[in-house]
Design a protein around this ligand. Structure first.
Ligand code: HPA
Length: 272
């Protein structure tokens, strides 16, 4: 398959998925997509009125929840002002081994449903000592350390202002005191070594995780404006004790009520 055919193939998959979402929800056009990472998932319910919740396995190209804590559902939610949000509770991670197309499929589908704004959330290790565990931190920029791109063929997309300055300014207005940081995506699923964290710190990395970056690139390539936000679930390797995935999840749960409020304020402030 050449790159034109490959691109047509992923676009066709996204169109199929978007048609199923439109059919099942009765909503022809969604305005904003949210992917909810560790700590952020409970936020979906409070965003507005759930129109429909569809098991990911019933939508072409999506798989069920691969890791604990993911709902495995896609929600269509009617927001306060009447706009519609698509909430993806079945994020595909690169470390699952299904390839970059599976990772990008959520954003491609969102674009095919009409989405123009993405809110990408995650749980991340804090590299910058200014960030405490439990802090929500806006993503100001990223470093892609996955050695992968979700783009196909000669799709030379500018990422200069990938994390929208306009949306970050809005976010800081509604959530005063929000800090910002540079997020680094590694492929995982292992956590980093202390030496890697020291290196990332010297390079300017402030947050580290295993998601978001490839989704953000996909979104930008499709003309979607991106807001990214991390929950600091742990101090990155070597900065505190050992990192335990269960503790990462526990920190996410502990912060979830607070994050739900933060997420709702952010989404309500979006110019949809
Ligand atoms: N490293 C990578 N991914 C993560 C971390 C981390 O420390 N915490 C949560 N996701």
């Amino acid at each position: 398959m050449n790159s034109h055919e490959a691109r047509r193939d992923v676009d066709r998959q996204a169109r199929l998925a978007a048609d199923v979402i439109a059919h099942r929800s009765g909503v022809d056009c969604h305005d904003v997509v949210l992917t909810l990472g560790s700590g952020w998932r409970e936020g979906a319910a409070s965003l507005g009125e759930t129109v429909t919740a569809i098991p990911a396995t019933e939508i072409p190209g999506f798989s069920g929840a691969a890791i604990p804590g993911h709902s495995g559902l896609l929600h269509s939610i009617r927001l306060k002002g009447g706009a519609h949000a698509l909430v993806i509770g079945a994020r595909a991670h690169l470390y699952e081994g299904r390839g970059v197309n599976a990772v990008a499929h959520g954003m491609r589908t969102a674009a095919a449903t009409g989405v123009r704004t993405a809110v990408l959330t995650n749980g991340a290790g804090g590299i910058d000592p200014a960030f405490a565990v439990g802090d929500a931190v806006l993503i100001s920029d990223h470093m892609n350390m996955t050695a992968a791109s979700p783009l196909i063929g000669s799709d030379f997309v500018d990422l200069t202002d990938l994390y929208s300055a306009r949306l970050r300014a809005l976010a800081k207005r509604v959530v005063p005191g929000l800090q910002e940081g540079v997020y680094v995506q590694l492929p995982g699923p292992h956590f980093e070594t202390p030496a890697e964290i020291r290196a990332l710190s010297m390079l300017g990395g402030q947050l580290v995780g295993m998601s978001t970056v490839l989704e953000a690139i996909t979104a930008r390539s499709l003309g979607i404006e991106v807001l990214g936000i991390s929950l600091v679930t742990n101090a990155a390797a070597g900065l505190s004790g050992p990192i335990d995935h269960l503790e990462v999840l526990a920190e996410g749960s502990a912060a979830s009520t607070r994050l739900s409020h933060t997420l709702k304020r952010l989404v309500d402030s979006l110019p949809l």
